[in-house]
Design a protein around this ligand. Structure first.
Ligand SMILES: [Zn+2]
Ligand SMILES: [Zn+2]
Length: 337
């Protein structure tokens, strides 16, 4: 998921991205071939149709480690080559630490979009069709490999291919996004319904575990999973804004207990327990007067915090730069509008 960040983002946020080890398939020298469509990638490298079919049933004809390395190369570099119809090299994604990173795609797609801008419309349509085709084919293969119902052998374990399938889904989403952006410059492109990339149950559960660990409420998961996996992966790296750790442990996917407050027993508290700040409040009579006049009161935060001698509450007149909150919960979360 490195393609989602640049160095500045990472430095500013201090995020540690999850890593996927490169399994060492020799895509560049002994197994280096021309650009082909997705299904031809393994065939060109000596795999037979029967062997590939076996894989979909979980059966292996070669060693586990060699098979996993081929699958990883096929579903990442092979996917990209089939999509963009050009060679991709291992060294663009793998450096000395043998970790597969997708950062290269940031620069690549930036340059590619420039190329698309300069293409005549007919060529853009052809290009976008190729993107569509490759995605469909790869998606079908991910389903075949991940589907557990048809497995007659346990040689190829679900958890062993999960990291590759996760990478493939994130690359698929990035290509989909790239396709959406490119299609905006081509008037004659009729948008197709592309594959809706989704994680296997296993990868989904791993991600959910990570979200729970970071304090996210299970009642938000359904909503989160309606966005993209890239978004959820990002959420799973961040501490939930609700800083009181463990607060949502009793919540379920259907309801949030933490937000069901009992007014009689609820006590407000500081975000940081060492803080001793006191409540600030706008004078209610001023608010009431302004509201009675049919006007909108505006609070001056500096004045309320005694950092300014201006009026704490004024009436909104003409244009002003203000921040409006629809409401503020007593435990902190709010909805700006
Ligand atoms: Zn909750
Ligand atoms: Zn405080």
């Amino acid at each position: 998921m490195d393609h989602l960040f640049d160095d500045e983002d990472l430095q500013a946020t201090g995020l540690k991205l999850p890593t996927t080890a490169w399994l060492g398939f020799d895509h560049d020298t002994t197994q280096s071939y021309g650009v082909v469509d997705f299904e031809t990638y393994p065939l060109l490298r000596g795999w037979t149709q029967a062997e590939l079919l076996d894989l979909t049933f979980g059966r292996l004809s070669r060693s586990v480690s060699y098979t996993l390395s081929m699958l990883q190369s096929w579903f990442t570099l092979g996917f990209l080559e089939a999509t963009f119809r050009q060679r991709f090299r291992t060294r663009d994604f793998v450096s000395g630490d043998q970790v597969f990173r997708t950062r290269f795609l940031r620069q690549f797609t930036k340059e590619k979009i420039g190329e698309v801008y300069d293409m005549p419309d007919a060529e853009v349509v052809q290009f976008l069709e190729a993107l569509d085709e490759a995605q469909k084919m790869v998606y079908q293969w991910t389903v075949k490999l991940e589907l557990q119902g048809n497995k007659t052998s346990k040689d190829l374990k679900e958890e062993r291919i999960a990291p590759t399938m996760r990478l493939c889904t994130l690359i698929g989403e990035a290509i989909r996004h790239f396709q959406d952006v490119s299609s905006m410059i081509c008037l004659s492109w009729l948008k197709r319904e592309g594959p809706s990339w989704r994680y296997s149950d296993l990868n989904r559960n791993l991600l959910i575990q990570q979200l729970v660990k970071k304090g996210w409420c299970p009642s938000t998961f359904e909503l989160l999973f309606k966005t993209s996996h890239s978004t959820i992966e990002l959420a799973a790296l961040l501490e939930a804004k609700d800083l009181k750790s463990g607060r949502h442990q009793g919540c379920t996917k259907n309801s949030c207990i933490a937000y069901q407050l009992l007014e009689e027993t609820y006590q407000t508290s500081h975000v940081d327990s060492s803080c001793a700040c006191s409540f600030i409040a706008a004078p209610p009579h001023r608010l009431a007067t302004i509201l009675r006049q049919g006007e909108v009161p505006v609070l001056n935060l500096d004045a309320l915090l005694d950092d300014s001698n201006e009026e704490t509450v004024t009436s909104l007149k003409g244009k002003a730069n203000v921040i409006a909150f629809s409401h503020v919960w007593s435990d902190g979360p709010r909805q700006p509008c």
